[in-house]
Design a protein around this ligand. Structure first.
Ligand SMILES: C[S@@+](CC[C@H](N)C(=O)[O-])C[C@H]1O[C@@H](n2cnc3c(N)ncnc32)[C@H](O)[C@@H]1O
Length: 473
């Protein structure tokens, strides 16, 4: 579908409903993500109302579609997907918001003309008025949550989570919590908490001194010391990665330790690890790779805000040949599946935060449920396994690889471990027991039904080596 002019012409008023419908059309017809819209069409997410309408309509896309069908005499043609989206945005406002109904409807009707479809004004008006008359504002959240998931996703959740499946779908429709990670290289926890107190921002202390979950999500840029790098936003589930890596490294006696973050961009876990290592004083060399240059630029920009220096790793100079190696993080743009990754020594620990469906973060990214498919889970599985097998070659005997995904599906988690362990004689899974979430055959699964975490999976893989051999009877 051709996209009408993205920016309003001079003097033309912004129609938030129309912008939202255009964003939806890109997401559904061209399989774009909200992240893409934010980066490439920021004008469609320029105000809080834009965000509310886009996220809300995506969250309820399928249940609203069912409701809309009842008021359409016949389905719209494929070429009128944009009109369908205008109606969905209207339906979302009528069913799930307190926005005045006349404003919701008239703005949607007004969206038809700039779409080049003035003939549809009566149709949009008629359908939305009919929906208004059926009077079902604030429908039952549990029923809606089920309808808001595609059939295959419902079935897979039911197969893998049985009685927990409905709770997971309900959690996927809730607002996500916001957890802040204090950058203790920049500010002490006490000083940061005082600044939050002064700003009237309430929080709950997390399991580590750097983790605070806010009572109410805030605009990150308005948090105290944001521009000076005092903190980052990072879900509690993701914050476990650095702590699991630290535990793995503490048993290590070689100094400095060599560490690789193998799918690093945009650097959330990388910089947490850097901050945590600085607290412990463990001498280290930290390297990070990602296969997307643009995303490595994000790592550099975020590092600059947080005060964590980065440099471009020069393969021909090796680990120790680079002047900045001990102070800064070496970045490399390369495919993690490439044979002969250009590192001249093995790593003591590797973090593989693998690309995945993101199915554990659906409440943050409501587009995910509409974009992933069962086939895409298997494609991810293939990539995850190839990354794991390749990176394993770069782990020292006795070293640990922390595998993680923000997925709740076994396809991307235990099934990957099963295939890997079945084919790798020197690997064993040694995932420590945790207080919450649930143990799986090989790892540890957190779910979005926990009050404060996204869905997230970890598995610790230990490489047998000299130390381990001594322990074998
Ligand atoms: C889950 S994200 C990583 C998030 C990151 N660890 C963090 O905490 O901010 C996965 C990353 O893997 C990268 N990626 C995907 N395929 C890759 C490959 N074949 N080799 C290296 N990186 C890859 C993606 O570009 C993406 O940045």
């Amino acid at each position: 579908m051709t996209e009408p002019t993205a920016k309003p012409a001079k003097g033309q008023q912004v129609n938030v409903r129309l912008d939202t419908a255009r964003a939806l059309t890109h997401i559904i017809a061209q399989q774009r993500t909200v992240e893409w819209v934010r980066a490439e069409r920021p004008q469609w997410l320029q105000s809080p109302l834009h965000s509310q309408l886009l996220y809300g309509t995506l969250r309820h896309y399928l249940s609203l579609g069912e409701a809309l069908k009842r008021h359409l005499n016949r389905p719209l043609k494929d070429k009128d997907l944009d009109l369908y989206h205008v109606m969905l945005v209207g339906a979302y406002q009528l069913k799930h918001t307190a926005i005045a109904e006349y404003a919701a409807i008239s703005e949607c009707v007004n969206g038809c003309t700039p779409l080049g479809k003035p003939w549809a004004r009566g149709l949009v008006n008629g359908v939305l008025r009919a929906m208004q008359r059926d009077g079902t504002r604030n429908p039952d959240p549990a029923t809606v949550a089920v309808l808001d998931h595609p059939q295959w996703l419902r079935e897979l959740l039911a197969k893998q989570y049985r009685a927990q499946a409905d709770g997971l779908m309900a959690a996927n429709n809730l607002r996500a919590p916001m957890t802040v990670r204090i950058n203790q290289s920049r500010v002490t926890t006490e000083a940061f908490k005082q600044q939050l107190d002064t700003a009237g921002i309430d929080y709950l202390q997390g399991p580590w001194s750097e983790a605070l979950t806010l009572d109410q999500p805030q605009l990150a840029s308005l948090l105290p010391g944001w521009d000076q790098g005092a903190c980052s936003v990072q879900d509690l589930s993701a914050q476990h990665a650095a702590h699991l890596m630290l535990e793995a490294l503490q048993a290590n006696t070689s100094a400095p330790v060599n560490i690789l973050d193998a799918c690093a961009a945009p650097g959330g876990k990388l910089f947490h690890l850097r901050e945590a290592l600085a607290q412990t004083g463990i001498a280290h060399r930290l390297f990070a790779l990602d296969n997307k240059e643009k995303r490595l630029h994000d790592v550099e920009a975020i590092g600059a805000r947080l005060g964590h220096a980065t440099y471009r790793y020069q393969p021909k100079l090796g680990f120790t040949g680079q002047a900045q190696a001990n102070e800064a993080i070496g970045l490399l743009c390369i495919d993690g599946c490439s044979p002969n990754l250009p590192f001249n020594a093995p790593f003591d620990a590797i973090l593989l935060d693998a690309p995945c469906s993101g199915s554990g973060t659906i409440r943050r990214n409501p587009d995910i449920r509409l974009l992933i498919t069962q086939a895409s889970l298997l494609e991810q599985q293939d990539l995850q396994l190839r990354l794991l097998q390749n990176l394993w070659q770069h782990l020292v005997a006795g070293g640990t690889l922390v595998y993680s995904t923000c997925s709740v599906f076994a396809e991307e988690n235990d099934q990957v471990m099963h295939s890997f362990l079945g084919a790798t004689r020197d690997a064993s899974a040694q995932t420590p027991a945790q207080d919450y979430g649930q143990a799986t055959e090989y790892g540890w699964q957190m779910l979005p039904t926990e009050p404060l975490t996204d869905g997230f999976y970890y598995c610790l893989l230990r490489k047998q080596g000299v130390q381990d051999k001594a322990a074998i009877p």
